[in-house]
Design a protein around this ligand. Structure first.
Ligand code: GLN
Length: 485
């Protein structure tokens, strides 16, 4: 059975009308993964047995007429979400055999809505990276060109959807990790407003920035996945108790009369010419759809990469202190006492990028440097937030590129971490400001690589942002192209 060109909604119809069973669909999905994953490395763990059990249960519910939003639909999640039944490695050797004693709230929600989790997806170790190359199990490959990275850190989440292994996935976005791989793989990825989705049971990287976000092949499926996971959770004190709209309800509302801002700091020299052309064409499409386009300014954009990397590394150094061989994951036994055991465990368990960040983050928080680095970065963050507040007094939405270049070659930036960090320039500011943003396909480079368009919405205005994304998708057909595998 070929399911790759079906959307979630089409799968649901076929399941409800009994044209298809969830066991059949799940089997087809597992076959597709097995047939393609040696070329993609998108999965860290494939949960065949668990998935088929869940699919059989879904079929019973469907037969009884009790289908919910995702009953019987095979999906996969980044290996950063705690799951009771299978290990959660976070792309790290230190958690290689770690099995969580509980499900993340988002996983509970997926299960309650009947979703079938077929596997856990590849990622940069502890979500630190922009290419997928920092994974302990090796890079995932871009389905459009196996010599290129799929982006990161949710590398497998985007590659798996682009390659038709699964119809939708969950990732996390701390500085762009859902949007940037979605852009590089030609799929839709959404970072909700900070507080919109529970992070309970999601391994923490930088707690003031992390958000869970869906990846899918089209805007409607992305909206559906967001509806599935959004909402207040008493177990996550940063989740916000405000009502979740039905993201599917008004998707067709369009953009006529909406004011869309182009922040001039995002249209800089050095932007890849193919990206410039594709984004300019997208702006023209929005104009034709009836939006009013105006230039705006986010004056502190230049400082966002520096302040993000200080804050993210400082928070990471603190969050990752818990991996000491005592409570979580792997222990490297030294015989000379506790301190040596800590040292050996952490030296053997963490990869280079994670170690680099722990050291720099610890430095930025240390006495004497705290005021100069961490505190300063927090003050700059406030200025960046204020930029967004001011701009959203003038416009409803912002349009920007997602990344300065299309997917780059594997190895191209591994020796130059600063260059890699700078490539996050367009995605990081929204994490610092806490607002929502998404990436939708808007073209291809001369080399045939996908290009993403970023929409940035006001805090908790995911519904309006999705409407604008849907209008663009209806007016173009960029998301219809699929890579040949
Ligand atoms: N590329 C950024 C980083 O390396 C963002 C990662 C993320 O969003 N998880 O920190």
């Amino acid at each position: 059975m070929k399911f790759q060109n079906l959307t979630i909604q089409e799968m649901r119809q076929k399941l409800i009308s009994a044209e298809l069973t969830s066991v059949e669909l799940t089997r087809a999905c597992l076959e597709r993964i097995k047939a393609t994953d040696d070329r993609l490395n998108a999965f860290i763990t494939i949960c065949e047995k668990e998935a088929l059990t869940a699919a059989a249960a879904a079929d019973q519910q469907l037969a009884a007429g009790n289908g919910a939003l995702l009953t019987g639909i095979p999906v996969a999640v980044k290996d950063i979400f705690n799951t009771l039944d299978v290990r959660t490695t976070c792309g790290s050797k230190i958690l290689n055999d770690y099995v969580s004693p509980y499900d993340a709230t988002t996983i509970t929600k997926l299960r309650e809505l009947g979703a079938v989790i077929v596997g856990k997806l590849n990622m940069d170790e502890f979500a630190m990276g922009s290419s997928g190359e920092n994974s302990a199990v090796g890079v995932a490959y871009n389905p459009w060109d196996p010599q290129r990275v799929p982006g990161g850190s949710s590398s497998g989440s985007a590659a798996a959807v682009a390659a038709g292994q699964v119809v939708a996935t969950l990732g996390t976005d701390t500085g762009g990790s859902v949007r940037q791989p979605a852009s590089h793989c030609g799929v839709v990825g959404l970072k909700p407003t900070y507080g919109r989705v529970s992070r309970y049971g999601v391994v923490a990287f930088a707690s003031s920035l992390d958000q869970v976000g869906p990846v899918a092949g089209n805007v409607e499926d992305c909206a559906l996945m967001l509806s599935a996971v959004a909402g207040y959770d008493p177990a996550d004190s940063t989740s916000v108790d405000c009502p979740v709209p039905d993201y599917l309800e008004n998707l067709t509302a369009g953009v006529a009369g909406k004011k869309i801002g182009l922040p001039k700091e995002y249209f800089i020299d050095g932007l890849d010419p193919d990206i410039k052309t594709a984004v300019n064409a997208a702006i023209e499409t929005y104009r034709q759809l009836g939006a009013e386009i105006v230039e705006v300014s986010l004056p502190h954009t230049d400082y966002s990469v520096a302040s993000y990397y200080l804050i993210a590394m400082a928070e990471a150094s603190s969050n990752l202190a818990r991996y000491d061989g005592v409570r979580f994951g792997r222990r490297q036994d030294g015989n000379k006492g506790l301190i040596e055991m800590y040292q050996q465990t952490r030296s053997a368990g963490f990869g280079d990028e994670v170690k680099r960040r722990i050291m720099m983050g610890t430095y930025a928080l240390s006495s004497g440097y705290y005021d100069a680095y961490y505190l300063k970065a927090q003050k700059v963050r406030t200025l960046i937030r204020q930029d967004f507040h001011a701009v959203f007094e003038q416009v409803d939405l912002l349009l920007t590129p997602v990344a300065p270049t299309p997917a780059f070659k594997i190895g191209a930036m591994t020796d130059d971490p600063l260059q890699m960090y700078l490539s996050d320039i367009f995605t990081i500011p929204t994490n610092l400001a806490g607002t929502c943003a998404m990436s939708i396909p808007c073209g291809f480079s001369g080399e045939g690589l996908p290009i993403g368009l970023q929409l940035i919405g006001q805090p908790f205005a995911e519904a309006e942002m999705l409407q604008a994304a849907y209008a663009f998708e209806q007016a173009t057909d960029w998301n219809k192209r699929v890579p040949e595998l």
